[in-house]
Design a protein around this ligand. Structure first.
Ligand code: PMP
Length: 403
C-alpha cells in the first residue's frame, strides 16, 4: 500500500469557505448575487478572434515558444505607460519603469509569489477588515499570523495600524471598490496611510483589480505611486478584458523584484506567451480607452438597479431594525448588513428557497467576522433579475423574521 504523507503546509490549504457555501446555491433558476464573475457581456470576443489570427500570422514562433519569465516586453511597456498616465491624471506622478513590471498568471499568482518571498512561518501580515479571502488563502500555506486592521470612514484606521505595524512583513490592502465591501479609500485616507507606512517602515501590498471600473469619477492615485520603493502593486486584466486569459501583473521595487522573478521561474517559468501577445494586440491603439467605459456604463446601470430595488423593498426604519447597505462608487460588489439578531449564514438557505443567492460576509474577516454582513454582486444578473432577486431577498428576510 502506498503511504501518502501530506506536508504540514497542506493542512493550511483549505477549500474556499465561499465555494463551499456557493454549492448550495448552484440550483437552476436561482438568481445569483453570489458570484464574483465579471459579466460575459463585456468580453471583447470579436477583438480576440481577430487578435488570435494576427498573433499567429505575425509571430507564431514567439507566441508558441518558451519565453522570458518577466513577461512580453511590449506588454510590460504598455502596463508601465498606462499606470504612469493614470497616476498623473489622478495628480500623483508615478514613473513606472517597464523593468519593474512582471506579467503574472492572473493577479492571484501575484499574491502567491509575494507570499512566498515575504512570509516566514509566524510572520505578521496585516490585512483590512474584512479582506479578499483569496489573498488570505494564498498567504496561509506560508503560515503567517494574519492580523486584521480596523477600518474607518477613510480607509485603514491609522492608530490601529501603527499599533500593529511593528515587525509586520506588509499590509495587504485594496484601496479601490474593495472585494468584498465595494468601499474605496479616500484621498485623505491614502495620504495618511502612505505617511504612516513610511514612518513605520511597513511595506504595502496594493491589490487593484477593480480600479478601472469607476462609475462617476476615477479613484485617487494608488498608494504605490506615492512611495514606489515601499509598495508592491498588483494589477489584473480579468475585469477589463477577460478572466479566462489568466493575465495580471506586478510592479515591484528593485529591492524585491529579482526574488519575485526567481519565484515566478520556479512557479511556472512564465505566463502564457500566446495570451500575453493576444492582449497586447487587442489593447493596441487605445482599445481599453474605448472598451472600459462600456463596462463602467453597464455596471453603473446594474448598481443603480440594485440600489433602487433595495430602497423599494427595504424601507429604512429604526437603526438596527432594517437592512442597510453602502453605495459603491465602482467595481462589482455592494455590502449590506442585516437587522440586529440576524445571521447571513442562516438567511442563505431561506433566500435560496425564495430563488436568490448571496455570499455571507463573515468568512471575509480574518478575525471576528460580522455575522450580519453579506456581499451582493450586481454585475452578472440582468436588471430584471436584480429587481426580482432583491424582492426575493426581502421575502426571505420576512420568513426569517417570523421563523
Ligand atoms: N484580487 C482580488 C481582490 C480579486 O477580487 C481577485 C479576483 N476575484 C483577484 C485578486 C484575482 O484576480 P485574477 O487572478 O483573475 O487577476
Amino acid at each position: 500500500m502506498t503511504q501518502w504523507t501530506l506536508a504540514a503546509r497542506a493542512a493550511k490549504m483549505n477549500p474556499s469557505v465561499i465555494r463551499e457555501i456557493l454549492k448550495v446555491t448552484e440550483r437552476p433558476g436561482i438568481i445569483s448575487f453570489a458570484g464574483g464573475l465579471p459579466s460575459p457581456k463585456t468580453f471583447p470576443v470579436a477583438e480576440f478572434e481577430a487578435a488570435c489570427a494576427a498573433v499567429l500570422k505575425d509571430d507564431p514562433a514567439g507566441a508558441l515558444q518558451y519565453a522570458a519569465s518577466e513577461g512580453y516586453g511590449p506588454l510590460r511597456e504598455m502596463v508601465a505607460h498606462d499606470l504612469g498616465r493614470q497616476a498623473a491624471a489622478a495628480g500623483t506622478p508615478w514613473k513606472v519603469d517597464p523593468a519593474q513590471v512582471m506579467i503574472t498568471t492572473g493577479s492571484q499568482q501575484g499574491l502567491d509569489l509575494v507570499a512566498k518571498i515575504l512570509i516566514d512561518a509566524g510572520s505578521r501580515v496585516l490585512v483590512e477588515s474584512p479582506t479578499y479571502l483569496g489573498a488570505v488563502m494564498a498567504f496561509m500555506p506560508m503560515e503567517p499570523e494574519v492580523v486584521s486592521v480596523e477600518n474607518d470612514a477613510n480607509g485603514v484606521d491609522i492608530a490601529d495600524l501603527k499599533a500593529k505595524a511593528a515587525g509586520a512583513r506588509f499590509l495587504y490592502c485594496l484601496p479601490n471598490f474593495q472585494n468584498p465591501t465595494g468601499r474605496t479609500m479616500s484621498e485623505a485616507g491614502r495620504s495618511a496611510l502612505s505617511a504612516a507606512a513610511q514612518a513605520t517602515g511597513l511595506p504595502i501590498m496594493e491589490d487593484n483589480p477593480y480600479g478601472d471600473l469607476w462609475f462617476d469619477t476615477p479613484p485617487p492615485a494608488p498608494l504605490t505611486a506615492r512611495n514606489p520603493d515601499g509598495g508592491i502593486y498588483l494589477g489584473s486584466f480579468s475585469k477589463v478584458l477577460a478572466p479566462g486569459l489568466r493575465m495580471g501583473f506586478i510592479v515591484a521595487p528593485k529591492a524585491v523584484f529579482p526574488k519575485l522573478l526567481q519565484a515566478k521561474q520556479a512557479a511556472d517559468l512564465h505566463s502564457p506567451g500566446f495570451n500575453q501577445r493576444l492582449i497586447t494586440q487587442v489593447m493596441q491603439g487605445g482599445f481599453l480607452d474605448r472598451h472600459v467605459p462600456t463596462i463602467r456604463a453597464l455596471y453603473k446601470a446594474q448598481r443603480d438597479a440594485m440600489l433602487q430595488a433595495l430602497s423599494h423593498n427595504f424601507p429604512q426604519g429604526e437603526a438596527d431594525d432594517s437592512l442597510t447597505w453602502n453605495t459603491p462608487a465602482g467595481g462589482m460588489f455592494l455590502w449590506a448588513r442585516l437587522p440586529k439578531g440576524m445571521n447571513a449564514v442562516d438567511l442563505l438557505p431561506l433566500a435560496v428557497d425564495q430563488g436568490v443567492a448571496f455570499v455571507p460576509g463573515a468568512p471575509f474577516y480574518a478575525a471576528h467576522g460580522d455575522p450580519r454582513t453579506l456581499r451582493l454582486s450586481f454585475v452578472t444578473p440582468s436588471v430584471d433579475e436584480i429587481h426580482r432577486g432583491v424582492a426575493a431577498l426581502a421575502k426571505a428576510l420576512d420568513v426569517y423574521r417570523h421563523s
